[in-house]
Design a protein around this ligand. Structure first.
Ligand SMILES: *[C@@H]1O[C@H](CO)[C@@H](O)[C@H](O)[C@H]1NC(C)=O
Ligand SMILES: *[C@@H]1O[C@H](CO)[C@@H](O)[C@H](O)[C@H]1NC(C)=O
Ligand SMILES: *[C@@H]1O[C@H](CO)[C@@H](O)[C@H](O)[C@H]1NC(C)=O
Ligand SMILES: *[C@@H]1O[C@H](CO)[C@@H](O)[C@H](O)[C@H]1NC(C)=O
Length: 965
């Protein structure tokens, strides 16, 4: 900070802030006034101020006037334009006929949805909306028959690093998060915007047409953010992507035009640890920055007061400017939309005090995990009124400060009249493509449908001060439009067509949309379960409800059951109700459970129980009973908070290439067992259990943020609902599989080359390490096919190396290895070879993201490509399982499965979809004991998001766990 202060102190105009200099100036001004009445006389002290021309004075006065100007625009002025400033010449007009249009309006009930409506796009804007005649006088008009399909405004993602943290990630394009200091308001994300980021087209594929590019998350002030559109422009430049480029260099130019909003991003809390800043340090660094800006503002205001009073002779001819504090000064003038990235109540409160101390409004709190706990007047204390809140729906708890985040936050905030925007979680890498998925989850957990849709359209537009042109479908607004193949709040909804500035972006040439076969059922709004009790409990417990279950030993009769699926003794899933011979029984089944077993399954009039039994009768309202899901691939059950080693096992696994493995382990690979580090009853495990995920296989991954490990050790499989490992049935399998990772170097980390990693693997599989050690023993077992070898690998070339190595090992020792590739984003390139080699695949995402160079050749899936990695592998007969990207993802695992079940994969039946996250994982991971826990859903099947899990029936534990609120 001292450097900044010095550079400012060197300028003469800063001296206005010192009282004795003020006195001097006032005296001089008085003299000038006198002198100016008499005529021009040279003043020995102010040579330069003598020569003010009328033009110079005019310039200064217009600069001073511009300080007062209010950014943004009156809608009625703006929409009279007949061509968008963003119109790309050559773009045809488009008429969309017979659509169901969500307009983005939330105040006027009637206009929220227009049915059987048409919409005309031309010259980059929405020209007309309503019942339009086909005879629009332009021959170059493309007509799209929506046939009732849903159309929404283009989506807006306010929390994006697109272009500044370009994917695939490389050292050369890691431009976010300046390391030059915690407070760098003078930086601009536009200066680093890589137009070639692979993320742009995936964002568009998700219907995202505008994003705010934030320069970083890890600084107290990361710099200036910019609102851009996600389409490529004919100029191919970053500047041409910006929606309303502020004139950053010439204030006078803006005279007469409206002034665009500018954007500033602030952070706080734990992220600042990278700068060794405590919360108190962070607030001080922010305050000292604002103090600088305030001084600068006073200097400018004083200068202008003199200029406006005609006291020219006292003024230097240069208008006082500070390139460093210019943006913060604009914040103090109310010309900047400030977003603040703060999680906890303490951080939110500090920021609110800051806004009052320096009198600037905050437009939105990002990722404010605890905002929902302080709706009782706190947010309203912000200077200028309550900010909006931008959240992701689930996936909290990655940090201590987000531990009290809740799936009920969007609803709770909305009920307190706080505007809600949804955002995606940047890590684990989720792309803007998933933005609507966040809105779907928010809706599932209680946010009203129109607010859920507005949370990704009109609300973010309002937050960004751009609601005069984006976020709504209205005459005169930008022609950013998405047509969906389903109701947009259904998890399987895919953007079938996307226009930006009237230009068609999606479908891509490689994709053939199947609008005509879309089922009208899928256009209906899904229903959401009732979470009133859970929401209340979460709030009473400050975000940490006990989530305890009640073990029910009595006989239970579930009635109005839609379907019952269980697992056979060989692990296969079968439908036992409704029976194929009596399909009409759908929704009218009855299941009697005693000591954890289904003792009778039949129609509602069957399975009668003796009136002398103590019996609980539970109406499932068309619900279902189906096998529990299996979570794979994360540290679930090994820790409470990934970034806090003290909350779990600590993950001290070694990288034999880099670490000195402690002699006490006496093991060249440093292999350890995850089973030894299991921690039961973690919040993620409890939430998983209540979300239908009854078992998990986890392995140690090494400390968060450390260099990647090659040998990951031995995984374990356990019940998510157990209290400790000595409880009956808690540990399903002590040692499940051997896990390694083979990858190209990770950006920003020390690394080991691929050939080194493979050389070590070859050596170990060939048995050149003593079996007296864990490493020798378990690699021998892997080579002999006794234990599966699960390899985290994305790259197709590395996969081929591994397939060849597998053949070599098998030839040599006459075995059949059980090899599994996990992650495997490029597996579709090798589907036949993988199939021939008998290797299984565990995918961790349906919508892969080309995060790393070695996994960048993804098959994006609809609406970019018809095929997905999953469909390609299944077509070739590969056994595929579905894993997860983070321990919090278990809560939404069935959303993923539902989207597969309802999407293009017509070739898969629902039992096969369920098998992806149960039976197939058991097979691939070598889980010997079949997990026979079944989950009871009220209000629908596990694929219907109208349902919620209410109980787990456990034959092994001979009881039923009923979930309390
Ligand atoms: C515009 O419309 C004309 C006439 O329908 C068509 O020939 C042309 O290919 C269209 N151009 C584009 C860019 O779609
Ligand atoms: C408009 O769409 C609805 C819903 O699919 C359909 O029933 C109706 O026939 C369509 N109307 C026209 C004029 O195509
Ligand atoms: C700023 O813009 C005004 C109005 O367009 C123009 O007259 C002036 O020359 C510009 N100044 C600079 C330094 O570019
Ligand atoms: C933070 O402190 C640690 C330990 O004193 C030091 O190694 C590191 O360089 C510091 N980081 C920064 C950004 O100042």
């Amino acid at each position: 900070m001292s450097e900044n202060r010095e550079s400012i102190a060197n300028r003469s105009w800063v001296s206005f802030s010192s009282p004795h200099l003020w006195a001097f100036c006032i005296a001089t001004i008085a003299l000038r006034l006198f002198v100016s009445n008499v005529g021009f006389f040279a003043s020995p002290k102010h040579h330069d101020s003598l020569f003010w021309s009328a033009k110079q004075q005019g310039n200064i006065l217009s600069i001073c006037a511009s300080l007062e100007s209010v950014p943004g625009v009156v809608e009625s002025d703006f929409i009279t334009r007949d061509t968008s400033d963003r119109y790309e010449p050559g773009t045809n007009a488009t008429l969309i006929k017979n659509a169901t249009i969500f307009t983005g309006e939330i105040s006027d009930g009637e206009k929220v949805v227009l049915t059987r409506s048409d919409i005309l796009l031309d010259m980059g804007i929405v020209k007309a909306i309503g019942n339009l005649s086909l005879t629009y006088g332009d021959s170059n008009i493309s007509v799209v028959y929506a046939n009732g399909a849903w159309v929404t405004p283009g989506l807006i993602d306010l929390h994006s690093h697109l272009g500044v943290m370009s994917i695939p990630l490389t050292e050369g394009a890691s431009d976010a998060n300046s390391k030059k200091g915690p407070t760098v308001p003078w930086l601009r994300s536009i200066d680093a915007l890589n137009t070639h980021d692979d993320g742009f087209k995936l964002a568009v594929a998700g219907g995202v047409t505008s994003v705010k590019v934030i320069p970083g998350n890890l600084n107290a002030i990361a710099g200036e953010a910019f609102m851009i559109k996600t389409r490529p422009t004919s100029k191919r430049s970053p500047s041409s992507m910006v929606i309303e480029l502020p004139d950053l260099w010439n204030v006078t130019k803006q005279e007469g035009k409206y002034v665009p909003w500018r954007y500033l991003h602030q952070g706080c809390g734990e992220d600042l640890i990278v700068y060794n800043l405590t919360r108190m340090d962070t607030m001080w660094t922010l305050r000292s920055a604002y103090i600088e800006a305030l001084q600068h503002k006073k200097v400018q205001d004083g200068y202008c007061a003199d200029a406006q009073a005609g006291l020219w002779a006292s003024l230097p001819t240069e208008f006082p400017r500070s390139v460093k504090w210019e943006l913060l000064t604009e914040v103090l003038r109310g010309k900047v939309k400030v977003s603040v990235h703060c999680n906890e109540a303490v951080d939110i409160d500090s920021m609110i005090r800051l806004s009052n101390e320096f009198q600037f409004p905050i437009s939105v709190f990002h990722q404010a995990s605890e905002a929902w706990l302080v709706t009782n007047g706190v947010l309203n204390e912000t200077w200028g009124g309550a900010p909006a809140v931008s959240l992701y729906a689930t996936k909290h708890r990655s940090k201590r400060e987000s531990f009290r985040g809740s799936e009920f936050a969007p609803r709770t905030l909305a009920e307190a009249n706080i505007s809600i925007a949804m955002q995606v979680r940047v890590s684990p890498a989720m792309s803007s493509r998933d933005l609507m998925f966040e809105a779907q989850q928010a809706y599932h957990f209680g946010l009203p449908a129109h607010l859920a849709l507005a949370s990704v359209t009109s609300v973010p537009a309002m937050i960004a001060g751009l609601s005069h042109r984006i976020g709504k479908l209205r005459e005169g607004w930008d022609a950013d439009v998405v047509m969906w193949d389903s109701h947009p709040l259904r998890v399987e909804a895919t953007a079938a067509m996307v226009w930006i500035d009237g230009a068609l972006q999606i479908p891509s040439p490689a994709y053939k949309p199947a609008m005509n076969i879309a089922n009208p059922e899928r256009r209906k709004m899904p229903t959401a379960p009732n979470w009133d009790k859970e929401r209340l409990t979460a709030s009473v417990w400050d975000g940490l409800p006990p989530l305890s279950n009640r073990k029910e030993d009595r006989k239970i009769v579930f009635y109005n059951v839609k379907e019952v699926w269980t697992r056979r003794s060989n692990g296969d899933i079968e439908e036992i109700f409704p029976s194929p011979t009596d399909p009409d029984m759908n929704g009218r089944g009855r299941v009697v459970v005693e000591r954890g077993s289904l003792i009778c399954v039949g129609g509602n009039d069957m399975c009668l129980v003796s009136e002398y039994d103590a019996v609980d009768y539970i109406n499932l309202h068309g619900g279902s009973i189906s096998p529990g899901l299996h979570a794979y691939g994360t540290s679930l059950g090994l820790e409470e908070i990934p970034s806090e080693p003290s909350t779990g096992s600590g993950h001290t696994i070694y990288n034999p290439f880099m670490d000195d493995i402690p002699q006490i382990l006496h093991d060249v690979g440093g292999i350890t067992r995850a089973a030894d580090a299991l921690t039961f009853g973690t919040r993620n495990a409890k939430v998983a259990y209540r979300s239908g995920v009854t078992a998990a296989t986890s392995y140690l991954t090494g400390p968060q943020g450390a260099y990647p490990r090659v040998v990951l050790g031995l995984s374990t499989t356990f019940r998510t609902g157990s209290a400790h490992s000595m409880q009956y049935g808690a540990v399903i399998q002590d040692v499940t599989a051997l896990h390694i990772s083979i990858a190209m170097p990770t950006v920003g980390k020390d690394h080991v080359g691929v050939s080194d990693q493979v050389a070590a693997l070859r050596r170990l599989l060939f048995g050149w390490e003593s079996t007296d050690t864990e490493t020798g023993l378990w690699f021998k077992r892997a080579a002999e096919g006794e234990v599966p070898l699960v390899i985290n690998v994305n790259n197709a070339d590395i996969m081929t190396t591994l397939l060849l190595l597998k053949g070599e090992v098998e030839d040599r020792i006459g075995s059949r290895m059980r090899m599994v590739f996990s992650g495997a984003t490029e597996a579709h390139l090798l589907a036949p070879e993988i199939s021939n080699s008998g290797v299984g695949i565990i995918l961790n995402s349906l919508k892969p993201y080309p995060t790393t160079w070695d996994g960048r050749r993804i098959l994006a899936g609809p609406p970019v490509t018809n095929d997905t990695t999953l469909s390609t592998l299944l077509k070739h007969g590969v056994t595929v399982g579905m894993g997860m990207k983070g321990p919090q993802m278990a809560q939404i695992m069935r959303f993923d499965l539902a989207s597969i079940a309802f999407q293009a994969l017509k070739s898969m039946d629902r039992l096969e979809v369920l098998a992806l996250a149960s039976r197939n994982l058991d097979i691939l991971l070598g889980v010997r004991e079949v997990n026979r826990d079944v989950v009871v859903y009220d209000g629908g099947s596990l694929f219907d998001l109208s349902s919620k899990a209410i109980a787990v029936i456990s034959p092994q534990r001979q009881g039923v766990d009923m979930f309390g609120a």
